[in-house]
Ligand binder design. Structure first.
Ligand code: AMP
Length: 397
């Protein structure tokens, strides 16, 4: 594996796998959130500054069968050019004569982008011959796509084998790995993880892993009600996974055995319908009346979470504390975000990882006040779970 900082790019074409799977407006096909594009800019600029040229490759959406204009990367070319300050050429395909002609003639300082690699089914099947075709676009391979690092696809993993000595992580991917490693392996204490979101089932492996590394584990969001019901509380119509009651009790036991302070909310904001306009009330979390459901954490819990988070040196946040999409039930999530900002300003390292907490921190305009906001939802979760990600392994091996 090479190092992007010390690698000599002069006169070389870098084939850079980015994650430009950005949301587009349904009507105009304009980019509606360019976080992922902006996140890849430092890597592209670094290669250009070092005298190289850049061939970008990415997927966009899930095209079913071959070319489909609404999934073409042509839709985002002008946006990338604007953010980069360099005119990006569009190849029209990711393989084929004209695409090769363009990459072969690319000059130092120039940038081009291949079309959606998922227009070919061999991308997701990780077919070696397709990966080899992609590899012909570059002299060196840079993987900067954390969002797809958990997929053994042609452009994210298999292609790396055609660059045995010239493969490396981009700045974004390296930063992501470093941040998660900091959370999982740092000697600093106390370490706190806040895990929220809808379901226990989707977070169970992470919770189990975190119990081995953190001092405090705060459980919030919809999944808290499964813990409360498992402990014999009344949760009314709140979201509950009945198949996970025993699992929830096992987690409580395991936390005790491992000396982890497990915090489950003590009070909750309830509603008589899943709607922002529903009637609201605040009750103890195990005393939710029939016909009502818990949609956010209550004041007492907010205060307790704040104390725990503020006193932490390492904070990981994954998943909202309540239905933050509805204004009347966002207070718990806003408060946690603010506590994390506070802890960060006091010197803690904070990592926000996983889809909806990232959406929340962006919604509250606090992304630049925490240490690191991850771009990779599923990949981040799998990395936290301790799984070996194929995209990362392919570069390291
Ligand atoms: P996840 O993708 O598992 O992180 O779940 C995020 C979703 O969980 C968000 O859309 C939240 O609105 C939802 N959520 C959080 N708290 C609750 C709750 N108490 N009841 C129902 N849904 C919730």
């Amino acid at each position: 594996m090479a190092d992007i900082q010390s690698y000599d790019f002069s006169g070389k074409r870098a084939l850079v796998r980015v994650d430009f799977n950005v949301p587009l407006d349904k009507e105009t096909l304009a980019v509606t959130d360019d976080t992922r594009i902006r996140a890849a800019i430092p890597t592209i600029k670094l290669i250009l500054e070092k005298g190289g040229s850049v061939v970008l490759m990415s997927h966009l959406g899930r095209p079913k069968q071959g070319f489909d204009p609404k999934f073409s990367l042509e839709n985002i070319v002008s946006h990338i050019s604007e953010k980069l300050g360099v005119d990006v050429k569009f190849a029209g395909d990711c393989v084929g004569t004209s695409a090769y002609e363009m990459s072969t003639n690319l000059k130092p300082g120039e940038v081009m982008i291949l079309d959606n690699v998922r227009f070919y089914k061999h991308e997701t099947t990780g077919t070696e011959s397709f990966a080899e075709q992609l590899s012909k676009h570059g002299d060196v391979y840079v993987n900067d796509a954390f969002g797809t690092a958990h997929r053994a696809h042609s452009s994210t993993t298999v292609v790396a084998k055609f660059f045995p000595n010239d493969k490396m992580f981009g700045l974004l991917l390296a930063g992501e790995i470093e941040s998660v490693d900091k959370v999982l392996k740092s000697a600093e204490k106390p370490r706190t993880a806040i895990v929220g979101g809808a379901k226990v089932s989707s977070k169970i492996t992470i919770i189990e892993r975190l119990l081995d590394t953190v001092d405090n584990l705060i459980v919030g969001g919809g999944m808290a009600y499964t813990f409360v019901k498992a402990a014999g509380g009344d949760v009314g119509n709140s979201l509950v996974e009945d198949d996970y009651l025993e699992m929830a009790n096992n987690i409580v036991q395991s936390a005790k055995t491992k000396g982890v302070n497990l915090f489950i909310p003590t009070d909750t904001v309830i509603a008589d319908a899943f709607s922002n306009d529903a009637n609201r009330n605040e009750v103890m979390i195990g005393e939710i009346p029939d016909g009502w459901m818990g949609l956010d954490v209550g004041e007492e819990s907010i205060k307790r979470c704040d104390e725990i988070i503020r006193n932490s040196r390492i904070v990981l946040w994954n998943g909202p504390m309540g239905v933050f999409e509805m204004e009347n039930f966002q207070k718990g999530t806003v408060s946690v975000a603010n506590s994390i900002v506070e802890a960060t300003s006091n010197g803690a390292f904070s990592l926000i990882g996983g889809g909806d907490s990232v959406a929340a921190i962006n919604k509250f305009n606090l992304a630049d006040k925490v240490s690191y906001v991850s771009t990779g939802g599923g990949a981040m979760l799998e990395y936290l779970e301790g799984k070996e990600l194929p995209g990362i392994k392919a570069i390291l091996s």
